[in-house]
Design a protein around this ligand. Structure first.
Ligand SMILES: Nc1ncnc2c1ncn2[C@@H]1O[C@H](COP(=O)(O)OP(=O)(O)OP(=O)(O)O)[C@@H](O)[C@H]1O
Length: 817
């Protein structure tokens, strides 16, 4: 028999619950005392590592680095565990131990100095029952207890009785702390959920490490939370595999990555790389979104072929004639001849265009030699040479010296005529200058900007783009308009075509002596002076691969030299990725396993089928092709699919509003089940359009008094200003002009930080205690998938939802379906 209590007074020593809390506190104190000792050990190990480095041998340097690195990671994990170290307890049914075994679960594993377990790491197999046991399938667990702590202090408890028959006299304490924890105020940054992970979520977190895990679920079902906990799990269970090559987590925008960035460190995992789709390419940060129509164009796979042709076109400003003089004969290559050389090099060196200058030089020499022989050059040269030698011999004879032919040591006839020709041409300043201008090292950004010239873009477009599309695209890249989120994927595509520039040619002078392109100590292909001194790689200190990835080297002109590849990639909000964005991710994970989380019902992307095909290619490690020919399908990797069904974010009241929007956007889709009622009814107010912004501000101010946490004011999307030039705005674009950056800044002016004013695209993945949605009618009309975008907006709030509209029918749509 067990007794259920909700904090009933019990005379001495407070309530039953107080007594239980006090008992748990004693255990937690022991765990913290041990944690303190473990920390001291880690610090001692770091000191020992540095002491060894003073010994100074190369071997000890490596040992020292490894030791310090491991100890530093350990110390970091121990620090993280300091807050809420122990959060769970399992009482198992009596088995081998007559009274039943007790297991404590926490953020990290803690053992006594005799190696007995005090706390089990939440990711360890022995902790699985904590998340998986249910009354239907108790898995040997009689009671599951969640401990809520503040710092080192246990402040609350909540029990689940899973096996009443085995409970004996066990005390069960419970007052719905889990539901209460869902209603807590949101602080503007996502928190970990280790203490309350639910069974269906745990199955995803601990899913097999190979292949792809694909997770679907409606807003608020914990997809993001689960994906992040899975990263912590994978790094814990497969540290060698995932820790060395790294894990990449990709979110839709920077606001989102800022929102989730604390979760992994709070789980003790600081090593994963977190990037948004706008800053995946080093050196570029997207700040704007394109209009839906433009984004659809830029995101479509057609762009791959367009960019391939753009890269193969001549560089802006490239000379269209090459002239050299050899033995008095002028040899030149005209535009057609140069185009042939360029085309040949591009065909052979796709993916390493920037490093192909040597090939270009060799092919130019071939073409020049052919031209020279066509001109009858060798005979002319022989005559010129004969005349020249005769002249010299006459001068030498006058001085009583031997003739040139007899001079020892002078290889007057060094090499074949062709070799002599090449050597003389390479020495000419015109040739070296031409090479650099004809085959400059190109940066992806310059190539994309060059497509701001409609004539150039038209050449690259071939028959793949309509005239209007060419005009729209060109105007978006002209001048110094900021790069958009979709542009980042295009820059990565160009980068993949260009490849890295030639590696710095620091090589031994002896090797350089054999290189025909080193003329007078200068490499004419790179302009570098060749080092005189023997160069050997320095003794490099041991670094982790993460450090190497983060250092992914860049040369002065901004070309990315190495594109990191990861062992595991997590893609959040995957329903919004365009085919070109999938190609960008695919390049970073050819050997990777993947966790992909998505909600197709929240997709703003029109051509989902094309995005699916590109996703499949990326996930299977297929090398993207830019040709239209059929891809050779790569072997399909195992795919594990999951669906999350409970909405932990929205109150049932708000979930009902979002379900109505979903029913209009996608009648066949199923909303998730919300579990918590707030008793607060959503509000829809109808106002004249001109009053919407003012009312939104006023509502935000009033909500400040009603919620402790964050407030989101979500307004229609405003396309990048620069992209509007010269195009006639559509009716909904006129309306959206009211929500430009200046208008958003006015709306936010003077309000505290916990109020955020953001557009519907930025709101993806975020959540707030209260949300004010302005102009749903505009959001719905802004794109073919406008209703799905609105569905995202209305599903952001945990407690209060206020919608402001100028169209009276929206009141009915949102409140009564
Ligand atoms: N098991 C849980 N215990 C406590 N809170 C949870 C749990 N699962 C999810 N939550 C909370 O629910 C909220 C929604 O989670 P999350 O943002 O991961 O959902 P999502 O499915 O990614 O939503 P969206 O599709 O809107 O991006 C978060 O505040 C998260 O912390």
């Amino acid at each position: 028999m067990s007794s259920q209590v909700n904090g009933r007074p019990t005379g001495h020593g407070g309530t039953v619950k107080d007594r239980e809390i006090a008992a748990e506190q004693r255990y937690v104190d022991i765990a913290y005392a041990r944690l303190e000792e473990m920390r001291a050990d880690a610090q001692a190990m770091i000191r020992e590592g540095y002491r060894q480095s003073l010994a100074g041998t190369k071997g000890s340097l490596v040992d020292r680095d490894a030791m310090v690195h491991q100890a530093a990671l350990r110390a970091q994990a121990l620090d993280v565990a300091d807050d809420g170290l122990v959060f769970g307890r399992l009482d198992l049914a009596p088995g081998e131990k007559p009274s039943g075994e007790v297991r404590y679960v926490g953020r990290i594993g803690v053992r006594t100095s005799e190696h007995d377990s005090l706390v089990i790491d939440w990711r360890a197999p022995a902790a699985e029952d904590f998340y998986r046991a249910t009354p239907e399938d108790p898995r040997g667990v009689v009671r599951r207890r969640v401990l809520h702590s503040r710092g080192h202090t246990v402040v609350d408890l909540e029990d689940d009785l899973l096996d009443p028959d085995a409970a004996g006299g066990m005390t069960i304490v419970g007052d719905g702390a889990f539901l209460a924890s869902l209603a807590r105020a949101r602080e503007g940054a996502m928190r970990d959920i280790v203490a309350t992970i639910q069974r269906e979520q745990d199955e995803v977190i601990r899913a097999p490490a190979d292949g792809t895990v694909l997770v679907r679920g409606a807003p608020g079902t914990g997809k993001t939370a689960v994906a992040l906990h899975r990263v912590a799990y994978l790094l814990f269970r497969h540290r060698r595999r995932f820790g060395s090559r790294g894990v990449l987590v990709v979110g839709p925008n920077r606001r989102f990555t800022a929102y989730i960035e604390r979760v992994l460190p709070s789980l003790g995992e600081g090593s994963a790389t977190l990037r948004s789709l706008g800053d995946l390419v080093d050196g570029v940060t997207a700040t704007v979104h394109d209009t839906p129509a433009l984004a659809a164009l830029k995101g479509s796979e057609t762009m791959a072929a367009v960019l391939r042709r753009a890269v193969a076109d001549h560089a802006p400003g490239a000379p269209d004639e090459l002239r050299v003089v050899y033995k008095g004969v002028v040899v030149s290559l005209d535009r057609r001849a140069l185009d042939r050389v360029r085309g040949d090099v591009h065909r052979r060196s796709r993916g390493s265009v920037n490093a192909a200058r040597r090939q270009v030089a060799e092919m130019l020499l071939d073409a020049l030699w052919r031209r020279f022989t066509d001109l009858g050059g060798p005979e002319a040269a022989r005559e010129a040479e004969g005349a020249e030698a005769g002249l010299w011999n006459a001068i030498l004879a006058a001085d009583g010296l031997a003739s040139l032919d007899g001079e020892p040591g002078r290889p007057a006839r060094d090499g074949t005529p062709r070799e002599q020709f090449d050597a003389r041409v390479r020495e000419q300043r015109e040739f070296a200058g031409f090479l650099v201008a004809f085959w400059p090292i190109r940066r992806p950004a310059d190539v994309l900007r060059s497509l701001g010239d409609p004539a150039r873009l038209r050449r690259a477009a071939g028959r793949e783009l309509h005239g209007d599309d060419v005009a729209r695209l060109a105007s978006s890249w002209a001048g110094d308009a900021p790069f958009s989120y979709q542009d980042v994927a295009l820059l990565d595509e160009i980068d993949a075509l260009l490849g890295p520039p030639p590696r710095p040619a620091r090589r031994r002078a002896s090797a350089a002596a054999d290189d025909p392109f080193v003329v007078d100590g200068v490499n004419i292909l790179t302009g570098e002076e060749v080092a005189e001194d023997d160069w050997e790689p320095e003794m490099q200190e041991l670094t982790t691969s993460m450090e190497r990835l983060e250092r992914s080297r860049r040369v002065d002109d901004g070309v990315v030299e190495e594109r990191p590849e990861y062992a595991h990639i997590v893609v959040d909000e995957a329903q919004d990725l365009s085919p070109m964005q999938w190609r960008m991710l695919g390049r970073r994970g050819r050997q990777a396993s993947w966790t992909v989380v998505e909600d197709p019902a929240q997709s703003a992307w029109e051509d989902l089928a094309a995005a699916r095909t590109a996703m499949d290619a990326a996930l299977s490690g297929e090398r993207p092709s830019s040709r239209n020919r059929r891809r050779k399908p790569a072997p399909r990797r195992t795919r594990h699919e999951y669906e999350l069904t409970t909405n932990y974010r929205n109150s049932t009241e708000i979930a009902a509003v979002s379900a109505r929007v979903l029913a209009r956007a996608l009648p066949e889709a199923r909303p998730a089940r919300a579990v918590r009622s707030s008793g607060i009814a959503p509000v829809v107010r109808v106002l004249p359009e001109s009053g919407l912004a003012g009312a939104a501000r006023q509502d935000a101010e009033e909500l400040l008094a009603q919620v402790e946490g964050t407030i989101g004011v979500i307004v229609p999307f405003h396309p990048a200003e620069a992209h509007d030039e010269g195009t006639i705005p559509l009716p909904h674009e006129i309306a959206s002009a009211r929500w430009d950056a200046a208008a958003r800044a006015r709306l936010a002016a003077g309000l505290p930080d916990r109020v955020q004013v953001l557009d519907v695209l930025e709101a993806k993945g975020l959540e707030f205690d209260a949300a004010v949605i302005a102009a749903p009618e505009t959001v719905a009309a802004q794109s073919p998938n406008g209703l799905r975008v609105l569905y995202v907006a209305v599903s952001r709030a945990t407690q209060h939802l206020v919608v402001l509209t100028s169209e009276p029918e929206w009141e009915g749509i949102l409140l009564s379906g």
